[in-house]
Design a protein around this ligand. Structure first.
Ligand SMILES: Cc1cc2nc3c(=O)[nH]c(=O)nc-3n(C[C@H](O)[C@H](O)[C@H](O)COP(=O)(O)OP(=O)(O)OC[C@H]3O[C@@H](n4cnc5c(N)ncnc54)[C@H](O)[C@@H]3O)c2cc1C
Length: 331
């Protein structure tokens, strides 16, 4: 019997599975094998400065150090490339935002994140308010990541749905938005966010960095193909693509680039978000044999390796969990 049962093989469950395997643990991952999940659809971007306020997220440097080591180690173990480090070009959306950024540049916490290089964009981008280039950023091909983990941990995978916690060892729930229906965690306040993404072909754009302006980003996949996203719908909980979202994304894209494009794909899924906008990890307050790893939100790729390591250290060695991510401290 496995010492650990991981319920859910998305980003959270896979990263946790790999972390347990590195500690020599006996575990299995039970997954429904759904075709559309948050991890399958995600863009997989790591962007150090985000949102209209141009903010640096908490624990950025620690998360980034762990993430790089983690995804690179998977690449080495599998021989498959899935993690591309790339700078991010952030264009200002308005004069007001450009002013805000000027003030940010007085803060060394922020200056250390940006490069002194010029934007270096060709003229088919609308960069009327200027912008900056980050020192780092990355793209994880999340579909490739799932395939790699499934291959590397193939003997640990079980297709199915776990109805009741296992009678043996610790059961750790990594169910993404499905956790909303899990009675063991009905006190966790989820605030899921449906997101839609387009894939487009833009023959006239030759750019291999991620470009962001306002609430739109352009993620290059090579050969003039880009992903464009993403929407946030806090009221929908389904994975259907909508005309409204497509039109919104196209309007934003037209604000970012001044050249023609062709939409070649459109996908939707629901991000697992908790109302505090922070992920939660740890053991159930009433049962040490039940664990939780969820709420990765829109920064899952960046934070998952750090959080998985904390959770494994906590379960195996009673290591502390950062209070802001500790399930027991956030009831
Ligand atoms: C449009 C969009 C764009 C995004 N872009 C980014 C981005 O650029 N960068 C970023 O970091 N993040 C991004 N995200 C968020 C990212 O997808 C999530 O942070 C992360 O993938 C969530 O992983 P998860 O494992 O918690 O959930 P999921 O990916 O939903 O995985 C949960 C898994 O558990 C399975 N499961 C659930 N319940 C059970 C059960 N009882 N038994 C068996 N199996 C079960 C499900 O089938 C699924 O396979 C985006 C998300 C969306 C929707």
């Amino acid at each position: 019997m496995a010492e650990f049962t991981i319920v859910g093989g998305g980003l959270a469950g896979c990263v946790l599975g790999w972390a347990l395997s590195q500690r020599g643990c006996d575990f299995k991952i039970i997954d429904k094998f759904e075709k559309i999940t948050s991890t399958q659809v995600a863009a997989g971007i790591i962007n150090p400065i985000t949102g209209p306020s141009l903010t640096k997220g908490p624990r950025l440097e620690e998360f980034w150090d762990k993430a790089k080591i983690f995804y690179r180690s998977l690449e080495r173990a599998s021989g498959i490339e899935m993690f591309r480090e790339t700078k991010i070009v952030r264009l200002m959306d308005s004069a007001k935002q450009a002013e805000r950024w000027k003030r940010r540049m007085l803060d060394p916490e922020y200056t250390s994140l940006v490069s002194e290089e010029p934007l270096g964009l060709k003229n088919n981008f609308n960069s009327d308010h200027g912008g900056f280039v980050t020192n780092f950023g990355a793209h994880l091909n999340t579909a490739a990541f799932l395939e790699v983990i499934k291959k590397l941990l193939s003997e640990h995978w079980v297709e199915g749905v776990l109805e009741e916690p296992s009678n043996h060892g610790v059961t750790i729930y990594c169910e993404g938005v499905r956790a909303i229906k899990n009675p063991l965690f009905d006190w966790v306040k989820f605030k899921p966010a449906k997101g839609e993404i387009l894939t487009v072909k833009i023959p006239d754009i030759d750019e291999n960095r991620i470009v962001v302006r306002g609430n739109i980003w352009l993620l290059p996949l090579g050969e003039s193909i880009f992903r464009v996203g993403a929407t946030y719908d806090w009221n929908a909980n389904d994975c259907e693509t909508t005309r409204v979202a497509r039109e919104a994304l196209e309007r934003r894209l037209q604000k970012l680039v001044s050249t023609s494009y062709e939409v070649i794909d459109h996908r939707a899924a629901v991000r697992p978000v908790i109302d505090t906008r922070r992920a939660l990890i740890g053991l159930h307050p009433g049962n040490d044999r039940i664990g939780f790893f969820n709420g990765l939100g829109s920064k899952g790729v960046l934070s998952a390796p750090y959080l998985a390591e904390q959770l494994v250290d906590h379960i195996l060695d009673s290591g502390p969990i950062d209070p802001e991510f500790d399930l027991r401290g956030n009831i």
